[in-house]
Design a protein around this ligand. Sequence first.
Ligand code: B12
Length: 174
Amino acid sequence: MSLPDSPGVIWGNSADPARVKATVVVTSMASDSHTWNLVYLQLLLEELGYDVVNLGSCVPDDLLISSCAELRPALVVVSSVNGHGYADGMRVIDKLRACDQLVATPVVIGGKLGIDGAQTGAHIHNLMASGFDAVFDDTATGIQDFNRFVCAIPAKTQPEQVHWLLEPTPTGRL
Ligand code: B12
């Protein structure tokens, strides 16, 4: 499927019957109490046709891992805006990838991941090298890039049968 490249446009895909009912987990991490970022992502993904399980804010690592292992989602979307996203993300992705059921599940992270603006290429590279499939820094095109990424995920993905990793660009951004 080719997507138009118009800035500011959100591409809904709810008409695609194959996408309906695929589950996406939206979650924050243990340190982060912000919630509207999660609500925003949930609504966006529901508009794209997904069945969203929103784990909420301040999610302890063990709960995040056990919920994802049980739900076997087509995608895990990790959001952080409090400034601890890089550190929390590096810790959490290790635990997610150490879980047999989640070795190949697509997992992305985004939001305001640090306290000094955009993440460095090195930070993004480290997050990707540790196992995230994509990093969406809080840039003007972040949500559009996220839309593109989500729409490219095969509908009805069986996580245990699929292993794919998007390579970072030289800047680390997709
Ligand atoms: C409301 C708010 C709070 C409320 C939260 C209430 C609640 N129930 O959510 C309270 C008062 C609790 C709070 C607390 C704190 N906050 Co606060 N908060 C805000 C505020 C004003 C609005 C956040 C909001 O709701 N935005 C609306 C949602 C829809 O948008 P968003 O969060 O920006 O998310 C967008 C993007 O980041 C992106 N996105 C987010 N996640 C993801 C994931 C993916 C995959 C993708 C693609 C995109 C994406 O998409 C969203 C929509 O565009 C922001 C400042 C601001 N104006 O943004 C500060 C802000 C987020 N808070 C901040 C800080 C520092 C704190 C505290 C540490 C303050 C303190 N010293 O106590 C604590 C942290 C508490 C904790 N343990 O996490 C900083 C974070 C700084 C940073 N990261 O560089 C901000 C940016 C304020 C600032 N300018 O300094 N906060």
